[in-house]
Design a binder for this molecule. Structure first.
Ligand SMILES: Cc1ncc(COP(=O)(O)O)c(C=O)c1O
Length: 425
């Protein structure tokens, strides 16, 4: 046996001894010594989905980034189920699925093409949602200890996925024009000067960002691509809200401006059809996709994918997007008006033109995590800003979502928030 073999055996016999020392009753729920190191580091910390636990039954929830209930297309999905089962019999329920399964890639490739992305079906990988897409990309590029950059604040679900990969996260600030490119350039330059590696990945939500609602300006989009080339990193472009635009002004996805293949673009139907279909996609070069396909063992849920394909190709997606854009636009306007009416002058907030969210910044001494208890008593809940940063910061900010509740509930919720902030100021 070689040295490594002896070392491994010695390591395992120590672990066996540790396990045997435990009484059987102690073992259940106490497997920390067996979990992977990256998992051990996360035990006891907030993880994916923990934000859902912040609720107060009688309060207006401005915390949930969920679609409003009436937007979920139940009847159309019943019709899609009947159609695909009738058209394809058992084939649609088999491992490989039937012809509808393949149609989704074609639909997505055509749609991406119409938004300026140079894309065929060989550039599209369907995934079980956007979060799974992020995880698959991480598995292709990251090892524990690697560094990556995110926006600060950013989508907390993504932070949790990155942490599971044991990487060192650095956040770069965001302002009204999206990711602060000057700050990014300066951070990259300083790291280089200190002899540190560039990040392998930069994760960005350039259009209608979660949680701020802001979009990256055209000039910054171009500069971001130049920096990725100069410092040799890959960009994950999360376009979860790209279709939910409430003005005429449209910006191209980063992927449409990418001539080097450095942008890996992801999307999801969670916001435009329903979170429950949990279907998303990745658009990337054939070389990157070849790696990602190998990592997506088990594939996707081909039955759901067939329903989604029928829904999309029969024109229902486009009609639904038109309808929800109007409804969300109305909710967004109502929230902005309500903030103007009820918030004290010391509060600031973003003015998004799409997506689901508004980001509020309060005076520095207010801790929004502590304030949440009083807010809930006054009749509103939100998500504290600190959840959206990988570092320990953001305590005086909070995220409001206008997607889930009705315009009248938005008014009530913002009135309760205004009252709470005044009490705390
Ligand atoms: C920016 C962003 N990406 C991805 C997701 C999740 O996508 P999915 O539901 O498909 O996992 C969300 C949902 O909140 C999001 O805000």
């Amino acid at each position: 046996m070689d040295t490594d073999g002896y070392l491994n055996r010695a390591k395992h016999s120590t672990m066996d001894a540790e396990r045997n020392c435990m009484k059987k009753s102690e073992r259940s729920g106490a497997f920390d010594h067996i979990f992977a190191t990256t998992v051990k580091e996360q035990i006891g910390k907030a993880g994916y989905g923990d934000w859902r636990t912040i609720s107060a039954p009688d309060a207006v929830s401005l915390g949930y980034g969920f679609p409003y209930p009436e937007s979920l297309p139940e009847d159309d999905l019943i019709e899609a189920t009947e159609t695909v089962l009738t058209d394809e019999d058992e084939q649609v329920l088999q491992y490989g699925g039937g012809s509808y399964t393949e149609q989704l890639e074609t639909f997505l490739a055509d749609r991406a093409h119409s938004r300026g992305i140079d894309c065929g079906t060989s550039n599209v990988l369907v995934t079980n949602g956007g979060t799974r897409a992020i995880d698959t990309i991480c598995r292709a590029f990251l090892e524990p200890g690697d560094s990556m950059f995110v926006e600060g604040p950013t989508f907390m679900g993504a932070i949790s996925v990155f942490r599971n990969h044991g990487v060192e996260l650095t956040s770069i600030g965001v302002d009204a024009d999206g990711l602060d490119i000057d700050a990014l350039a300066e951070t990259l330059r300083l790291r280089e000067q200190q002899g540190r590696d560039s990040p392998k990945l930069l994760y960005t939500i350039p259009t209608f960002q979660n949680p701020t609602g802001v979009s990256l300006s055209m000039d910054r989009r171009k500069r971001l691509l130049e920096l990725a080339e100069e410092y040799d990193f890959v960009i994950i472009e999360d376009d979860a809200y790209g279709d939910l635009r409430y003005t005429e002004h449209d910006l191209p996805p980063l992927k449409a401006l990418d001539d080097t293949g450095r942008v890996v673009h992801i999307g999801t139907f969670s916001k435009t059809i329903a979170p429950g279909v949990r279907t998303g996609w990745i658009i990337a070069t054939e070389e990157i996709l070849a790696v990602l396909r190998k990592l997506s063992a088990g594939g996707t849920n081909t039955f759901t994918r067939s329903l989604v394909a029928h829904y999309c190709t029969s024109g229902k997606l486009a009609a639904n997007i038109d309808a929800i854009r109007r409804a969300y636009g109305e909710r967004k306007d109502r929230m902005q008006q309500s903030l103007e009416t009820h918030m004290p002058p010391t509060a600031e907030w973003t003015e998004p033109t799409g997506g689901f969210f508004v980001w509020v910044t309060l005076p520095a001494q207010i801790d929004t995590e502590e304030m949440l208890v009083d807010a809930a008593e006054n009749g509103v809940t939100y998500l504290p800003g600190s959840m959206f940063f990988p570092e320990d910061t953001g305590n005086n900010s909070l995220r409001l979502s206008f997607s889930y509740v009705s315009p009248d509930e938005i008014d009530r919720g913002i009135a309760a928030l205004g009252q709470t902030v005044r009490e705390w100021t």
